[in-house]
Ligand binder design. Structure first.
Ligand SMILES: Cc1ncc(COP(=O)(O)O)c(C=O)c1O
Length: 396
């Protein structure tokens, strides 16, 4: 299926469907008429395989307590094998209603109030909230940007921060939202080696692992150096980002190590005993079994949107930095050469009519950056980029 066919077949109007992205604009941005390019979901219906499986399950009509079938784990592992990801064994997997919920659970299970938890910033803002909300100390190590605009870990700062603050846990993002890095095995080996040296537990948020518009292959943290770090890595994943299923509230916590898993299980018995949502289970299995072609076409749409966006922005803002889009469908744009950071919100909303994610949500050092969601139709993308370009052209 080519990108045009995909768009024609799967695009869907989300306005007036209680969509957070479209229908909360008034509440979140104070203007219901903005064009939304913020929250990370897409304008596309899920693959037929998913809709058919869910329809069949709903038609059955009984929603009593259910189990997760063996076929679910077979499909999960087969998908991972086909995409050269970390293989999955049933006994390692636990469930949660979402990766954000899992941040809270991982902090609860593996740290104590007052402990230091590390983020490599700029990074997905619910991670910051989870650390603060649970009474832990939020500690950050800022990523560094090279001359090509690509981000990397600052290894010296990473280690110094861990030692100085006595960090107990690192919540990592891989691929990294918002800078769209797909970390190489060497990069991961270096940071995980430091975590091992200082006995830091690693929570690896790998929710974006299937969305790879660039050339770099995804490497799971649990697989780095032949699985050397499995005794400290806990992986969070879901099919929700990939197949636009976030509202089904279904995600995975994968723990390879027996001792870590026992600790987590003991914690859940007293805090979070909860079975998975049956429709989430049905949808995920169907997506693994029948969603590969859909995903390939979506990825092509993202690539094209990325190329269009960059080319148009460069015409009017040649020094605006944008790191290459290796993973995720989120483009990180540094507009500080053009817009005063303090005026960014009014520029985006009042001048351009756009709802985006602002840099300071991801790091206090990223004011003047914005994050655009590229997983939309080419028509909406064109509209959004034209609104941005017009705004930039009008600057004095
Ligand atoms: C890095 C990252 N983690 C987690 C989530 C959300 O996960 P969930 O919807 O499962 O809570 C997102 C959504 O944008 C994300 O970008």
């Amino acid at each position: 299926m080519d990108a045009d066919t995909f768009v024609e077949r799967y695009q869907v109007e989300r306005r007036n469907t209680d969509s957070l992205k479209w229908d909360a604009l008034g509440e979140r941005f104070g203007n219901p008429d903005l064009l939304p390019m913020w929250v990370a979901d897409t304008e596309f219906r899920a693959p037929e395989a998913v809709l058919d499986a869910m329809t069949e399950r709903v038609a059955h009509g009984a929603f009593g307590y259910s189990m997760v079938p063996d076929s679910y784990f077979e499909a999960f592992d087969a998908w991972a094998a086909a995409r050269r990801q970390a293989r999955v064994s049933r006994q390692w997997v636990r469930f949660s209603p979402g990766v954000v919920t899992s941040f809270y659970w991982m902090i609860g299970a593996f740290t104590e109030p007052g402990d230091a938890v590390l983020l490599t910033t700029p990074v997905y803002y619910p991670m910051h909230n989870a650390i603060r909300d649970t009474g832990r100390r939020l500690v950050t190590s800022e990523l560094v940007r090279d001359e090509n605009g690509e981000y990397g870990f600052d290894l010296e700062d990473f280690e110094r921060t861990i030692v100085d603050a006595g960090v107990r846990q690192w919540i990592a993002c891989s691929p990294h939202n918002p800078v769209s890095r797909v970390w190489s095995e060497d990069e991961l080996d270096a940071v995980l080696g430091i975590c091992a040296k200082h006995d830091v537990t690693v929570v690896a948020d790998e929710i974006h692992q299937d969305i790879l518009p660039g050339d770099r292959p995804f490497v799971a943290m649990s697989e780095v150096a032949g699985g050397r770090y499995r005794d400290r890595v806990i992986t969070l994943s879901a099919v929700s980002k990939t197949f636009n299923l976030a509202a089904l509230a279904h995600s995975h916590i994968i723990i390879h190590d027996d001792a870590l898993r026992a600790r987590y299980d003991a914690w859940t018995r007293s805090h979070a005993e909860l079975g998975p949502n049956v429709l989430g289970v049905v949808a995920a299995e169907a997506a693994w079994r029948g969603g590969a072609e859909w995903l390939e076409a979506l990825t092509e749409v993202i690539r094209r949107n990325d190329a269009t966006f960059r080319a148009r922005v460069r015409e009017v803002a040649p020094t605006a930095q944008m790191p290459p889009l290796e993973g995720t469908y989120l483009l990180w744009l540094d507009l500080r050469d053009y817009v005063r950071p303090d005026e960014m919100q009014s520029f985006m909303q009042d001048t351009c009519g756009l709802a985006v994610d602002y840099g300071e949500w991801f790091s206090p050092h990223a004011k003047g950056f914005v994050r655009f969601n590229l997983a939309t139709t080419p028509a909406l993308l064109d509209q959004g980029v034209e609104q941005l370009v017009n705004g930039l052209s009008g600057l004095g």
